[in-house]
Design a protein around this ligand. Structure first.
Ligand SMILES: C[S@@+](CC[C@H](N)C(=O)[O-])C[C@H]1O[C@@H](n2cnc3c(N)ncnc32)[C@H](O)[C@@H]1O
Length: 231
């Protein structure tokens, strides 16, 4: 099945489809020299990286010109794919591993993407900086941390009235239960959970948290606490 066929639901235009093919070529080439993804078959990249990232458009939060920060973006999932699909989005890609940032800069350059930045650093440190604090309409993360930890990493970046969209597997229900205190303390409210069915019987969930009040300044906590001692 071609990429175009698999993603026909999304009405991807030919320019975006070409960009995704080029992105895949760069990803698989760089992946031979550095560890960017465990997914190395072209077809698998289409489904598990591209289609999965595009699934964020199934929820109605990214169809305008929102500012979006993708926290723990790794090789650019979902952030680069969001930009390729909706050129109006203002995207910031954040990751704590500099070699991944170098890769992302190369992709941005080769695909000639505009209005997209990269930041190298740890979410729990950058989220305390005024220039990033409550500066984004939407934060996204896939495969970065359990939900309680993720809330402390991501919600400080989100404007009041904005959203965190966490891409999760079937374990999301247990994570949500454990995260009820973190959601409240950090200024969030569960908005909805969107079920995503991908080919090959893969099911994912978008856990959407709305930011309803400012995150208290003592969060995110220092010293690895968000990860080691989740709220
Ligand atoms: C398993 S990878 C997932 C990458 C990508 N989101 C994906 O789904 O393919 C997790 C990424 O999060 C980054 N990361 C983990 N903790 C982080 C933190 N506290 N701040 C920033 N980046 C972090 C790692 O460097 C890594 O690139």
């Amino acid at each position: 099945m071609s990429l175009a066929k698999k993603i026909e639901d999304f009405n991807l235009n030919s320019e975006s489809a070409k960009e995704l093919e080029e992105y895949k070529d760069i990803l698989l080439e760089w992946n031979q020299k550095m560890n960017l993804t465990a997914i190395t078959k072209s077809d698998e990249v289409d489904i598990k990286h591209f289609l999965d990232s595009l699934s964020l458009f199934k929820a109605d939060y990214l169809n305008g010109s929102q500012s979006v920060i993708d926290i723990g973006t790794g090789a650019g999932f979902p952030g680069i794919v969001l930009k390729v699909y909706n050129k109006n989005l203002k995207i910031t890609l954040l990751d704590s591993l500099n070699k991944r940032i170098l890769f992302l800069n190369e992709v941005i350059d080769k695909l000639n993407l505009k209005n997209i930045d990269t930041i190298h650093g740890r979410a729990e440190e950058l989220g305390r900086k005024l220039e990033y604090r409550e500066a984004f309409d939407v934060a996204t993360s896939r495969a970065v941390a359990n939900l309680s930890t993720l809330l402390e990493y991501d919600l400080p970046f989100v404007k009041v009235g904005g959203y965190l969209i966490a891409m999760k597997g079937p374990e999301y229900e247990v994570e949500l239960e454990k995260a009820s205190k973190a959601i409240e303390v950090l200024g969030g409210k569960l908005e909805e959970v969107v079920k995503i069915d991908l080919p090959e019987e893969i099911t994912h969930y978008l856990v959407v948290i709305k930011k309803i009040k400012s995150t208290p300044f003592k969060y995110p906590r220092a010293g690895g606490k968000p990860k080691n001692k989740p709220l």
